[in-house]
Structure formats: C-alpha cells, structure tokens
Design a protein around this ligand. Structure first.
Ligand code: SF4
Length: 253
C-alpha cells in the first residue's frame, strides 16, 4: 500500500471520531507528531493534546519543541502539559534506584509518570502514534483497542513504516524534533530500557545525561536484591554502563 492510500485510510478512521471529544497523546516524537497532523487533517473538532513529561527523565528541549510545534500548527490553546511525581515526590531516577529497571510487566515509569497525566487530562478516546513495526509487543495491538485505563486507543499509523511517517511529516512542512539529530530520538525519555544501542551510545556520551544515568544505575546495581526480573534489569544496566565507560576511556586518549 503506498503512503497516500495509508494517509487516506488513517484520515477516514479518525473522521469516525470527528464529533466526539478526543485526546491526542503527543510525546514530541515523530510518530505522535504524525498522529497529531492526521487528526488536524481529519478535521477533528473537540480535541485536546496531552503531553506528559517524565519528571527528571525528559529533556527540557523536548518540552520546548512540543510548545513550538503546537504554536506553529495553531493549536497551542489545545495543549495540556503535565508532569507527575511518583508517590507525590519521587522523580524518575529516585524511582529507578528504588524500583529497578522498568520492563514489560513492570513499567512503573508508564504507570507513575504518564498514565496519571493521561487519566487526569484525557478524554476517553486517545489518538496515539503506535506502529506495529516498532516492536514485537506493539505488533500484537490493533488499529483501535480498549485499554486498561478504560479508554479507546486509536492508532491511525498502525500499518505505517518509518519512511511513511517521515514522508508525511515532510509533506506537511513541519520539522521533526531536533533532538533526533543528537540522541536519535525525541528525548521524552532519556533513559529507556527499550532504546536501541546507537541511541544508548548517544545518551551515554552526553556530558550531563551520561553521568546522571550512570550514577543511578550503579547505585541500583550496588543495592539490588534478587527479585523476578532482576537479571534482565542487570543486563540492561550493564549495557548502558558499558557505553558510559567506553566514552570515559575515549576522553583520555
Ligand atoms: S519510553 Fe521507556 S522509560 Fe519512558 S515511559 Fe515508556 S517504557 Fe518507560
């Protein structure tokens, strides 16, 4: 299916919700940007745009980009920016030291930092930028599904490729988040256990984020007790720290 057919299908899907209150979940990444642009092309009327900062783990330039792009698109008045703290006071890295590395069934990051913002500010229909080709887990979802948060998740980009997304954004004359050039992703979560290796290398080479993440991972590794999933967490932490150490060695050569 070519990209124009995919765009028409996505717009038709979203038009089914044209007169209902809809929330577009925007992370500052290219996929959710494409979902936002599709929602505008579909002529959605009653919508808001919800952006969740993951306190302590979101790059401030990601939040700035979200403001700027919403302003450029003329939808700044629809934007709601929220940031949560776990248990009312813990930021992401405090949680990481206490709770370990998040994994598929233990994604405390999502449940403490993003879901509460979506629940507080979101309507019951959520438009997301999820694509099946992103991961095995995501390939098990669907274009429309009911979620554990009692909402409908609409994924208009579900069958799209990375190239489709970039082509569509380009055709709309919008710039993607400049942090992609530096960190290979949006910076909404600087540490994420699911990041691919090239992105891990970029983050751990950063003079601010590298030491911050390394400190939290080392503290967790020194204090971790055995629990189900600890081994996976240790492997992830070791992988990230390997890139940090490599970087430190290079600075002495
Ligand atoms: S992007 Fe990664 S770290 Fe951020 S909330 Fe999702 S799973 Fe957690």
């Amino acid at each position: 299916m070519d990209v124009n057919t995919k765009i028409s299908k996505a717009i038709k899907l979203l038009q089914r919700f044209r007169d209902r209150p809809v929330t577009i979940l925007f992370s500052g990444g290219k996929d959710s940007l494409a979902a936002l642009l599709l929602a505008l092309d579909a002529g959605l009327k009653r919508f808001n745009i919800v952006y969740a900062e993951v306190t302590g783990n979101t790059h401030p330039a990601c939040t700035l980009y979200v403001y700027n792009v919403c302003k450029k698109l003329g939808v700044l008045d629809r934007l709601v920016v929220g940031s949560a703290k776990a248990k009312g006071r813990w930021d992401f890295y405090t949680c990481l030291v206490k709770w370990g590395i998040p994994w598929y069934r233990t994604r405390w990051c999502l449940n403490n930092f993003k879901v509460p913002i979506w629940q507080k500010h979101g309507y019951r229909i959520h438009v997301c930028g999820i694509r099946a080709s992103e991961s095995h887990e995501k390939s098990k979802l669907n274009m429309v599904r009911f979620t554990l948060q009692n909402a409908y998740m609409v994924n208009p980009l579900y069958t799209w490729t990375d190239a489709d997304v970039l082509d569509y954004i380009k055709s709309r004359g919008v710039e993607i988040n400049p942090l992609y050039d530096i960190y290979l992703d949006s910076g909404n979560c600087m540490f994420c256990p699911f990041k691919p290796l090239p992105a891990v290398a970029r983050v751990m080479q950063d003079q601010d984020w590298g030491p911050k993440i390394a400190r939290a991972l080392m503290t967790w590794l020194e204090t971790v007790k055995d629990y189900r999933g600890a081994e996976i967490g240790k492997r992830v932490a070791t992988k990230w720290l390997r890139f940090y150490k490599q970087n430190n060695i290079l600075t002495y050569l």
